[in-house]
Ligand binder design. Structure first.
Ligand code: ZN
Length: 279
């Protein structure tokens, strides 16, 4: 499980930067909540904790204490810039080298955010910010446009831009930290079609999800003559525990993995969407 701490900058009596009718604390929370929702609904090996989910006042120390006590793997602090500029930039702690793990993770996240944020790229920066220095885990602070710039602020008032900004953070975190998509978790995110699994002269229906063929474990066991046992939590194939995915109340397994365990051969025909399994 990858533990990601999401810190919406400012809050409560601390509005952060203001401009064009916007307060930084509200925009950071809108992006942070979207990042949380996307991570939780679409990824399976992630745990998310927020510094705040509403308009609370929190010191910087409270934020890093919370993340350190939780044992987060990654600290993401979301901010909006001000002071006369335009565009996106992000920060890691200034004592870190460009070869550090944090810098490498930032390279990936930065690349994904700038693809989607639709703003000028101001680059990858370093600073001695409290949340970067005092957090014990890899930490990144993003500055998502300038609230005192009219065109940046216009974007911040647009929910599609807020979605895109959040999506960039999510894509970056997923790639950098190796997050795995939930199977069947979000039909818009994963390509799912039917596939036929053939064994001798019999066949069953499986699912092709993101180019991987899955079979319902019980039917597959019956098809190939393996013993399948389900104890309510885990599936056992010939008494070996296997991790399945629950799709529409049935347990599915990747056909290649299950066949290898049973020393069966697998061949795939992409013209007919069939998988042939043989001894
Ligand atoms: Zn800020």
């Amino acid at each position: 499980m990858v533990k990601i701490f999401i810190d919406a900058g400012h809050g409560g009596t601390d509005s952060g930067a203001i401009g064009n009718g916007l307060q930084e604390k509200n925009v950071t929370l809108q992006i942070a909540n979207r990042v949380r929702d996307m991570l939780q609904s679409e990824y399976q090996n992630v745990s998310v904790k927020m510094s705040r989910t509403g308009d609370q006042t929190l010191s910087l120390k409270q934020r890093t204490d919370m993340a350190n006590a939780w044992g987060a793997d990654f600290f993401l602090s979301i901010h909006i810039n001000s002071g006369g500029g335009t565009g996106y930039e992000d920060y890691i702690y200034d004592k870190l080298s460009d070869n550090s793990k944090t810098a490498q993770l930032r390279n990936v996240i930065h690349e994904e955010i700038v693809k989607l944020i639709g703003m000028r790229n101001r680059g990858k920066k370093k600073a001695n910010f409290h949340v970067l220095r005092e957090s014990k885990m890899d930490a990144l602070l993003t500055e998502n446009g300038f609230v005192d710039n009219a065109s940046d602020a216009a974007l911040m008032k647009n929910s599609t831009w807020l979605d895109n900004a959040a999506r960039g953070h999510v894509n970056g975190l997923a790639r950098a930290l190796g997050l795995q998509k939930k199977i069947g978790g979000n039909p818009k995110q994963s390509q799912q079609e039917e596939v036929t699994i053939i064994y001798h002269d019999q066949s069953i229906q499986g699912l092709l999800i993101d180019s991987i063929s899955y079979v319902p474990v019980r039917e597959f066991g019956e098809l190939v003559g393996a013993t399948v046992h389900w104890d309510g939590k885990s599936a056992y194939l010939n008494n070996q525990k296997i991790d399945g995915k629950l799709i529409n109340h049935r347990v599915y397994l990747p056909v290649r993995e299950i066949s290898e365990r049973l020393s069966l051969k697998v061949s795939w025909n992409d013209k007919t969407n069939t998988v042939t399994v043989s001894k």
